[in-house]
Design a protein around this ligand. Structure first.
Ligand code: SF4
Ligand code: SF4
Length: 106
């Protein structure tokens, strides 16, 4: 899925500009752990991982481990059934040909 998305957007170009996002997690809304982790699983940039610390309801919310990699694709926010994760665009960055090629390899 990721491979096809990047290939269709970046085919035959040397560089492009992509959005950079800020991730906000409302940890106590989250029902993460064995029964969810949808945001972690669906993030194409591997921005998130499961916390080892439970929230007040005993669930394990995601942690942001690679925030500068968030491309504001919105998947985590879209698929979170608990409205526990929000994304906002805070800037843009240039992706060069080398990174485009590396992304296509993944
Ligand atoms: S998708 Fe929502 S409820 Fe599920 S782990 Fe992520 S933040 Fe928590
Ligand atoms: S918006 Fe996309 S890239 Fe950013 S954390 Fe959510 S799923 Fe990952």
């Amino acid at each position: 899925m990721k491979h096809e998305v990047y290939r269709s957007r970046y085919w035959n170009i040397d560089q492009c500009t992509i959005p950079v996002g800020k991730v906000t997690i409302l940890a106590d809304f989250c029902k993460g752990g064995e029964d969810c982790d949808d945001c972690i699983r669906l993030c194409p940039e591997k921005v998130l991982e499961r916390s080892t610390v439970a929230n007040e309801r005993g669930f394990f919310p995601p942690l942001v481990i690679e925030e500068d990699k968030c491309t504001v694709c919105g998947r985590c926010q879209l698929y979170c059934s608990e409205n526990a994760i929000f994304i906002e665009k805070i800037g843009e960055r240039t992706v060069n040909a080398e990174e485009i090629a590396a992304r296509e390899e993944n």
